[in-house]
Write a protein that binds this ligand. Structure first.
Ligand SMILES: [Zn+2]
Length: 400
């Protein structure tokens, strides 16, 4: 059983102004307390945007300050410059910080490569491109995620940062569409009343998005009376055709019940005995040591029913926590226009047949194989979700 570690990363902003510096210098005696806090199971991180003019020495001093202030990890926005990340990563690592790259993914204001391709940008329902007409704020300049070229551009930037030696992960910020509704608290700032989906904040209606959507659903969202309740149009923007979700954890009572009761083939080897890889401890959980002070490997054998049914799954909640990574083919449709113009007696001007299927295939590598549960529908704590269903539909449309 894969050992799962739940790691919570709490991100905090750190104000690095002069006043903060003075405050810290005057209170050096407290730095020991901060160091104690880093030993807790929480990890603290801070976002920073790098400055090219700032020297390595100044960065070393800054990272040292973070570390002594209880920060464990730093997420650096180098404006997607891998060279700058290469410069800063070893300096931060030397001060004991873990480094993550931080990138504004879909919203890419002032991206010099993208700016050469005005067609890469999202277009509002009003027909205005983010390239020159920006919703809400000057730094809202979003690339269309449906276009292959703009997608590949973003993926290339992520790859460049991910390849930098010593970088733990790439933190994808702004990986969405622009806000069609602003949080209520922000509305007065922009002097807005948003009681419906306003076309100037509704994206993306570029040629590629519309034609890709038309291929699938045979309608143009710009001709829709109310795109706010068109679930197909909403879903189109929500889902890529082939989805991949990396990680995330679910607690599944349904999978736990199936496996622990031995009704799936995951536990078919039931006549054998098991030795749980562990070290010996007393019943209070204190580790038992041998005469030389070493831990002692467990050598007790248990029956399958002890391991699977009565103890493990029923008592150890962690075993119900499963990695929810999944690759999915969400929707596939085939569309055929019948050659009606060649049929003299046919009463229609045009006719077409569409075959569509949803949830045709998924692969969830960390779910128990024979439980056949899709992480999307595996049921939460206490719940028994219904396995996801495949749906097929046949459509016929004609015009007179
Ligand atoms: Zn688009």
């Amino acid at each position: 059983m894969k050992r799962l570690l739940l790691l919570t990363i709490l991100l905090v902003f750190v104000a690095c102004n002069q006043e903060g510096k003075k405050h810290h210098d005057n209170h050096d005696e407290h730095s020991h307390d901060h160091e104690m806090s880093t030993e807790s199971s929480f990890k603290f991180g801070t976002w920073i945007t790098s400055e090219k003019d700032k020297s390595n020495e100044d960065y070393a001093a800054e990272f040292k300050k973070y570390k002594s202030g209880g920060i464990d990890e730093v997420l650096i926005n180098t404006l997607t410059d891998p060279k700058e990340l290469e410069r800063l990563t070893p300096i931060a690592a030397k001060e004991g910080l873990k480094v993550h790259a931080w990138i504004m993914a879909v919203n890419r204001p002032g991206d010099t490569v993208a700016l050469k391709h005005p067609e890469w940008y999202m277009v509002s329902k009003e027909g205005k491109s983010c390239f020159d007409t920006r919703p809400y704020v000057g730094y809202y300049q979003w690339l269309c995620p449906t276009r292959k070229e703009s997608r590949n551009h973003i993926l290339g930037l992520v790859e460049g940062l991910a390849k930098v030696e010593g970088v733990e992960s790439v933190h994808l910020d702004y990986i969405r569409f622009p806000d069609i509704f602003l949080p209520i608290g922000l509305l007065p700032k922009y002097d807005l009343v948003q009681d419906h989906e306003m076309p100037e904040y509704d994206f993306c209606y570029c040629d590629v998005c519309i034609s890709e959507f038309e291929k699938m659903h045979h309608k143009n969202p710009l001709e829709s009376k109310n795109t706010a309740n068109d679930m197909e149009w909403k879903n189109f923007r929500l889902n890529a055709q082939l989805e991949y979700r990396h990680g995330g954890h679910i607690s599944s009572e349904a999978v736990n019940a199936l496996v622990s009761k031995g009704v799936t083939r995951d536990t078919e080897n039931r006549s054998t005995t098991y030795i749980i890889p562990a070290v010996l401890a007393d019943r209070f959980g204190n580790v038992i040591l041998d005469d030389e002070g070493n831990t002692i490997q467990n050598n007790f054998q248990y029956s399958a029913s002890d391991v699977i049914a009565s103890s493990a799954f029923n008592r150890i909640g962690e075993l119900s926590i499963l990695d929810a990574s999944v690759v999915r083919l969400r929707e596939l449709s085939l569309h055929y226009d019948l050659p009606v113009s060649k049929l003299k007696k046919f009463p229609f001007k045009t006719a077409s047949i569409t075959l569509a299927g949803r949830n045709l295939w998924y692969y969830a590598p960390y779910m128990p194989k024979y439980a056949n549960y899709d992480p999307e529908s595996a049921g939460g704590g206490g719940g028994f979700g219904v396995p996801s269903s495949k749906q097929f539909s046949i459509g016929f449309s004609a015009t007179f």
